[in-house]
Structure formats: structure tokens, C-alpha cells
Design a protein around this ligand. Structure first.
Ligand SMILES: Cc1cc2nc3c(=O)[nH]c(=O)nc-3n(C[C@H](O)[C@H](O)[C@H](O)COP(=O)(O)OP(=O)(O)OC[C@H]3O[C@@H](n4cnc5c(N)ncnc54)[C@H](O)[C@@H]3O)c2cc1C
Length: 217
């Protein structure tokens, strides 16, 4: 083939190793909860009012938004409580699976959010959704040429599918087809980390970056 694009999500370190590349990304485990119907949300809908904006607040370190007739709360795990996934390779049982809830990891966030939005605590929980996705030391994807391998391209370390999918699809194809990008994408260049970005370094920086990005400054 003329070009090879690696876009293997949680398998990035393994597929990179097949090509002799140490990919500076590692999966973290994140989770959110969805509540049963919240009367205030139901009432807003009955009145034909628009969906409420997402609430992100340093006070509870997370995001809160409408989901169906209820609310969705996604707390950011702090460094000490953040769990990584597949540090030594994705286990064979893993497909696109979710894993068991870990309330303890974010009990602090729950205490805080319930003070700000008591309605969240007046209804039951419908679902917990917890799973792994890739993270890098600066929380940005690795998009662009692989180092030392002509015509091998990376779309790895993608920490958000909805957030980044369109951007990466567009600009990586543009780069390959046109030979360059119509805007500066160097912040995403996979070569921005040096040889120091081994697994131990990436593990620590990922935990630090995700675990502190919502902290009060
Ligand atoms: C709980 C949770 C909440 C999330 N919330 C959001 C959110 O609100 N917004 C958002 O934007 N994102 C969110 N995400 C993240 C999002 O799911 C991921 O960022 C996104 O799926 C990454 O896409 P990807 O294509 O890089 O990897 P993936 O979706 O993992 O796809 C990679 C594919 O490559 C395949 N593959 C691996 N190795 C090989 C190989 N050797 N050969 C061929 N194929 C291979 C895999 O089987 C897989 O199908 C969330 C994730 C979780 C778990």
C-alpha cells in the first residue's frame, strides 16, 4: 500500500511496537453516571424550553448535562485516584467493553456537585458508563507522520471521538493528499515528544495532566 494510517485507539502502544515505535499515549479509565428522570428537566421539556448548556465547574471538577429526561454527571478523576488501563497491553477479553463502576475514585466530586445541584441527588441512578480511552501527556492527539517511517501516519492518542474525529479525519487526509495542512497543526504532531517519552514518563504525565486539568488554580 502507498500509505499506512495507524488509528488503533487503546491498542496504540501495541500496534506502534509492531512498527518499532514507542507511542507516547496510554489509556485512562473514565466514567460518567446517568440519572433517572429529573422532574425539573421533565418540566423544562414540557414547557418547550431548550436543552440546558453543559455545566463545567472547578468546584466539582467535572461536567454535568441533560441526558434524556435526566442528568449526566462525568467527574474528572484526580491524579491519586486515576486508574490507567492496559499498561502492559490490551487484555484479550477486551472488545469495546465497559468496566465496573469505581465510585470511590470520584466520591469527592459527587459530594461537591450535590451541593451545587441538589436535584442530581433526588433521583436514582440509571446507569454508570466506565471505560478506557487514550490519553497523552498534553491531552492532545498524535496526528501526523510517524517518525523514521515514510508514508506511515498516526491518528493515535485520541482522547475524544466526537471531540476530535472530524478534525483528525479532515486534516490528516489533507496532509497526506496535499502534502501539508491549511492551518498549523504542529501542536498535534506525533513527534512533539522526544525519546524521553517512554512508558514510565507517559504514565506519570498522563496521570498528572488528566488528574489536575480541572483543579482550581
Ligand atoms: C466512558 C467514556 C466516555 C467518553 N466520553 C467521550 C465524550 O464525551 N466525547 C468524546 O469525544 N469522546 C468520549 N470518549 C472517548 C472516545 O470513545 C474515544 O476517544 C474514541 O473512541 C477514540 O477513537 P479511536 O478511533 O481513536 O479509537 P477506537 O474507537 O478505540 O478505535 C480503534 C479501532 O482500531 C482497532 N484496532 C486495534 N488494533 C488493530 C489492528 N492491529 N489492526 C486493525 N484494527 C485494529 C480496534 O479494534 C478499534 O476498533 C469516551 C470514552 C469513554 C470510555
Amino acid at each position: 500500500c502507498e500509505h499506512l494510517i495507524c488509528a488503533t485507539g487503546n491498542y496504540a502502544r501495541q500496534t506502534g511496537a509492531l512498527l518499532g515505535l514507542e507511542i507516547p499515549a496510554i489509556p485512562i479509565l473514565h466514567q460518567y453516571w446517568i440519572t433517572e428522570a429529573v422532574p425539573e428537566v421533565v418540566e423544562r421539556k414540557r414547557q418547550g424550553r431548550p436543552e440546558m448548556p453543559i455545566l463545567r465547574d472547578e468546584g466539582f471538577e467535572g461536567y454535568l448535562r441533560e441526558e434524556g429526561d435526566g442528568l449526566l454527571f462525568g467527574p474528572y478523576e484526580r491524579t491519586a485516584n486515576l486508574k490507567l488501563f492496559a499498561e502492559d497491553g490490551v487484555p484479550s477479553w477486551f472488545g469495546a467493553d465497559l468496566v465496573e463502576e469505581d465510585f470511590e475514585a470520584v466520591s469527592w466530586n459527587w459530594e461537591q456537585v450535590l451541593q451545587l445541584v441538589p436535584a442530581l441527588g433526588r433521583v436514582g441512578i440509571k446507569a454508570n458508563v466506565r471505560g478506557p480511552f487514550q490519553m497523552t501527556a498534553d491531552e492532545l492527539p498524535l496526528m501526523g507522520p510517524a517518525w523514521g517511517l515514510p508514508n506511515v501516519w498516526l491518528a493515535e492518542g485520541v482522547p475524544g471521538g466526537i471531540l476530535w474525529g472530524g478534525t483528525i479525519g479532515y486534516y490528516l487526509s489533507e496532509r497526506i493528499v496535499e502534502g501539508g495542512n491549511s492551518l498549523d497543526t504542529s501542536d498535534l504532531d506525533p513527534r512533539r515528544f522526544g525519546d524521553y517519552a517512554n512508558k514510565a514518563w507517559t504514565r506519570e504525565k498522563v496521570r498528572e495532566a488528566w488528574g489536575t486539568h480541572a483543579e482550581q488554580k
